[in-house]
Ligand binder design. Structure first.
Ligand code: COS
Length: 381
């Protein structure tokens, strides 16, 4: 199906698919085994102008399009979901600046991000603020021309590798979520310390670190929007990134299904390729149905988000939850099609299954997505 994509969008998908096959596939096993940040690959992606996909034209991009981001992330994730998230999170760092940055902030950071020279990261999560994202304990105290930030962040993707961090901190702890504010923090700021890289089950070609802020002084011009707007900025950012994670999940599922079909055509048992057995055929057909349904939903929601509509939190949550559940089911079944070989690291499907799991957890667990959806239903009907 072509999903009513424009010629440019089809071309974009093809270009990235070829790039991922040629440049990522040969190294993905090594990136996974050694858990390496894919800097060289991202540099190559920047040469293909892929970092311009999430930056408006006036700042050196080709216009923020959630759909284009989805297409790019899906194609990268079809080969390696870790590389896909490293790339996507640069966009996640840019989105708050695009949404609420002033002209100076946009001019300072977005052109470098569009060129792929400045990497972004988004620092909301803390040890005590996971699903309960409003429970941020990091504080920011205004002192003269600076905010002095103290606290820590957890599981921050691109942590240590990124140059620009959007940090959510409380400027008024008595106000709870309404006291949170968003700051642009540059790597190298005195008092900004990185913890060790996490050792993870999947998406190992990406890096997550703790961030520590020890009396870190940030110029007051680095406040995004107004004091107290931080939670809203964070939620608006997540509304935009959740369909993109949905696309990552679609890519993972697609990659796993393709491997399963190819394997089923060559694996002979009882004197026949196992694809001739209805039990296997039905599993493969179910994978294909679920993937098309997930892709259709993700693209529709991305288009809806790009249409300029005011609120699409419910739809973004649906795309993320549905596609990631599909990815988990499809990759688990792909391992099943491979049988015992699927459980071994010699074949790529166990990695798809490990990579899929995080898509049900990050960018808001699927339980939180359902909560967002249910709250919207309560308001609507
Ligand atoms: N867009 C704009 N504003 C939003 C919003 C959205 N999508 N969602 C909430 N808000 C606003 C609300 O309107 C409310 O503002 P007022 O106080 O002015 O009315 C404020 O934010 C608080 O909203 P709410 O009461 O819904 O907050 P909760 O503490 O109940 O939290 C959930 C809401 C659970 C949905 C939120 O904490 C969440 O998404 N958690 C998951 C976090 C996550 O995804 N983490 C992933 C890691 S970060 S990459």
């Amino acid at each position: 199906m072509d999903y009513f994509l424009t010629e440019e969008q089809k071309k974009l998908k093809e270009t990235i698919r070829k790039f991922a096959e040629d440049k990522i596939k040969p190294v993905r096993k090594e990136l996974d085994e050694k858990s390496l940040f894919p800097r060289e690959i991202l540099t190559e992606m920047a040469k293909l102008d892929l970092f311009r996909l999430f930056v408006p034209e006036e700042y050196g991009g080709i216009g923020l399009s959630i759909l284009n981001m989805c297409l790019a992330v899906e194609e990268v994730a079809r080969v390696d979901a870790g590389v896909a998230v490293s790339y996507a999170v640069v966009g996640l760092g840019a989105i708050p600046i695009i949404l609420r940055g002033n002209e100076e902030q946009k001019k300072k950071y977005l052109p470098g991000m569009a060129e792929g020279k400045l990497y972004g990261a988004f620092a909301l999560t803390e040890p005590e603020a996971g699903s309960d994202a409003g429970n941020v304990k990091t504080t920011a105290r205004l002192e003269g021309d600076y905010y002095v930030i103290n606290g820590s962040k957890k599981f921050i993707t691109n942590g240590g590798e990124a140059d620009v961090y959007i940090v959510i901190a409380s400027t008024n702890p008595t106000k709870g979520v309404r006291g949170l504010s968003a700051f642009i923090v540059e790597k190298g700021t005195p008092g900004f310390i990185f913890g060790k890289a996490e050792d993870k089950m999947g998406i190992r070609a990406s890096v997550q670190r703790e961030l520590y802020f020890d009396d870190m002084k940030v110029p007051k011009e680095n406040l995004l929007g107004r004091e107290g707007e931080g939670f809203r900025i964070a939620m608006m950012t997540l509304d935009r990134s959740r369909p993109i994670i949905g696309a990552q999940a679609v890519g993972i599922a697609q990659g796993a299904m393709e491997e399963a079909v190819k394997y089923a055509k060559t694996r002979v048992q009882f004197g026949e390729p196992i694809i001739s057995f209805q039990g296997i055929q039905f599993m493969l057909a179910d994978m294909a149905i679920q993937i098309e349904a997930a892709r259709s939903l993700v693209y529709s929601v991305a288009r809806f988000a790009d249409s300029g509509v005011k609120s699409f939190s419910k739809e973004a949550a649906m795309a993320k939850a549905f596609a990631s559940d599909v990815a988990m089911k499809v990759t688990t079944d792909a391992v099943q099609v491979f049988g015992g070989y699927g459980y071994m690291k010699d074949y790529p499907v166990e990695k798809y299954m490990r990579d899929a799991k995080i898509t049900q957890i990050y960018e808001g667990t699927n339980q939180i997505q359902r909560l967002v959806i249910a709250r919207a239903l309560m308001r609507e009907y």
